[in-house]
Design a protein around this ligand. Structure first.
Ligand code: HEC
Length: 120
């Protein structure tokens, strides 16, 4: 009986602690949407976001901000993170894109790209 109650207490304690362990994206990243991207890389998910939301304006071949290639995007990575993730605040510049219409999950992909070392 004693062994049984000890086991019971251990199970109880473990399950109480487990229920307080917030390992979900909503808690970690904020925003209501459950984003599917968890390890962002340029080729993995960022390219399609940039192609549809940035390249229409940032596409001059030879320009420093030609975002149609990895090199172009990577070369301006700090400015991009500031404009998109930080909405331009820390560099004191306007948010990008100007329409400010990226979804929380799209912004999170930029954030993850930075956290994962700007992988190609
Ligand atoms: C409707 C056109 C348009 C779209 C779409 C757009 N931009 Fe821009 N972007 C501009 C213009 C115009 C400038 C120059 C004025 C300025 O600096 O705010 C600029 C400047 C920038 C700069 C600063 C230039 C540099 O090389 O440091 C960055 C970084 C940038 N945009 C990133 C982005 C990203 C990332 C996206 C997509 C998520 C995007 N932009 C979408 C028009 C656009």
């Amino acid at each position: 009986m004693k062994a049984f109650s000890t086991a019971f207490i251990i199970i109880l304690v473990v399950s109480v602690f487990n229920s307080c362990y917030y390992d979900n994206e909503e808690f970690l990243y904020g925003g209501g949407a459950a984003c599917t991207d968890t390890i962002s890389s340029y080729s993995g998910s960022l390219k399609s976001i940039i192609d549809s939301k940035c390249v229409a304006c940032h596409n001059n071949p030879g320009a420093a901000d030609n975002f149609s290639t990895y090199d172009g995007v990577s070369g301006r990575r700090d400015a991009i993170i500031c404009r998109v993730v930080d909405k331009g605040n820390s560099c004191n510049m306007p948010v990008m894109p100007p329409s400010n219409d990226l979804t929380e999950c799209e912004i999170q992909s930029f954030k993850l790209w930075q956290q994962n070392g700007f992988r190609e």
